[in-house]
Design a binder for this molecule. Structure first.
Ligand SMILES: Nc1ncnc2c1ncn2[C@@H]1O[C@H](COP(=O)(O)OP(=O)(O)OP(=O)(O)O)[C@@H](O)[C@H]1O
Ligand SMILES: [Mg+2]
Length: 259
C-alpha cells in the first residue's frame, strides 16, 4: 500500500472513532439527566405507597398498592442500571498501571466463568505494552463484557475467543470541528471471536444502551454501552469489525500515559 493510501485509510478510521466517541458523550449526558429526573419522580410514588399501606387498607386495595410498589422497584432497578453506565467518570479511581497486570486474571476468565470446553479463550500480549491511566477495575469490567458477548456469540457451537494486547502508534492527528484526535501511542486490545458476527444494520446500534438481540426482558443490553463508556472516560476509542456469520472483532485503543 502506498504511504498516501495508508494515510487515507487511517484518516477514515479516525473519523469513525472520533464521531462515535462524540455520540457516547451525548448519550451519556442525556441518559444521566433522564435517570436523575425519573428517580425524583418515583420517590413520591414510593412514599405514598408506604403511607397508604400504614392505613391498613382492605385486601383488594392492598393488592393494587403491591403492584404499584413492585413496578416502582423495577423502574428503580432500570434507573440504577442507567446510572451505572453513566456514572463511570465520577466513581472511577484512575491510576497509572502496566496493562500486563491484568493478564493472569484474563487467562483465568474462561475457567472462572465456566465456559464449556468447546469454546477456547486464547490470551496473547506483546512484550512492550504502553502504560495506561484509568481505573483497572473498570477496564476489567469492559473486557469481561466483551468476552462474555464473544462467548455468547459462539453459543453452543465450538469456537475460539482471542484476547490480544498490543500497541499502536497513530502517525497523524485529526480535527473535525470541535473534535480532535491527538496522534500518539495507544494500548490496543482486540477481542476476536468466531461467533455469529453482527449484521450491518445492528452495527449501527450495537453500542446504544438497552440495545440487545436477546429475547425481550432477558438482558438489559448494557454490556457494550458500559464498555464504550469506560473506554471513552479514559479518553480512548472503541471499534468494531464484523461480517455477519463470520465472527466479530472489538478493538479498544487506550492512550499511553508516559511518566
Ligand atoms: N461478539 C459479538 N458477536 C455478535 N454479536 C454481538 C457481539 N457482541 C455484542 N453483540 C450484539 O450486540 C448486542 C448488545 O450487546 P450488549 O453486551 O450491549 O448487550 P447484551 O449482551 O444483549 O445484554 P447484556 O450484556 O446487558 O447482558 C447483543 O445482544 C448482540 O446482538
Ligand atoms: Mg452483553
Amino acid at each position: 500500500m502506498l504511504d498516501s493510501d495508508s494515510q487515507v485509510v487511517e484518516r477514515r478510521e479516525l473519523e469513525v472513532l472520533l464521531l462515535r466517541s462524540q455520540r457516547f458523550e451525548a448519550i451519556g449526558t442525556l441518559a444521566g439527566g433522564l435517570a436523575h429526573d425519573l428517580n425524583n419522580l418515583l420517590a413520591p410514588i414510593r412514599m405514598s405507597c408506604e403511607l397508604l399501606k400504614r392505613k391498613n387498607p382492605d385486601p383488594d386495595l392492598s393488592r393494587f398498592i403491591d403492584i404499584v410498589q413492585s413496578s416502582n422497584d423495577k423502574a428503580r432497578q432500570s434507573i440504577e442500571q442507567i446510572r451505572g453506565f453513566t456514572r463511570g467518570s465520577q466513581d472511577a479511581q484512575p491510576e497509572r498501571f502496566e496493562p500486563a497486570r491484568l493478564l493472569p486474571l484474563m487467562r483465568n476468565f474462561a475457567k472462572e466463568q465456566e465456559w464449556p470446553d468447546s469454546i477456547r479463550l486464547k490470551v496473547a500480549a506483546a512484550s512492550d505494552l504502553p502504560t495506561i491511566h484509568m481505573d483497572p477495575g473498570q477496564l476489567l469490567q469492559a473486557l469481561s463484557n466483551l468476552l462474555t458477548n464473544a462467548r455468547e456469540a459462539i453459543g453452543n457451537a465450538s469456537g475460539t475467543v482471542e484476547l490480544q494486547f498490543s500497541s499502536r502508534t497513530f502517525a497523524n492527528g485529526l480535527r473535525i470541528g470541535e473534535l480532535e484526535f491527538i496522534a500518539s501511542r495507544y494500548l490496543r486490545i482486540d477481542v476476536t471471536d468466531t461467533g455469529s458476527g453482527v449484521s450491518v444494520e445492528n452495527q449501527a446500534h450495537i453500542f446504544d444502551p438497552f440495545f440487545s438481540t436477546k429475547p425481550k426482558g432477558s438482558a438489559p443490553g448494557l454490556g457494550l454501552s458500559v464498555a464504550a463508556a469506560v473506554v471513552s472516560h479514559a479518553k480512548g476509542y472503541i471499534d468494531l469489525h464484523s461480517q455477519p456469520g463470520n465472527g466479530a472483532r472489538f478493538t479498544l485503543y487506550l492512550p499511553e500515559k508516559a511518566d
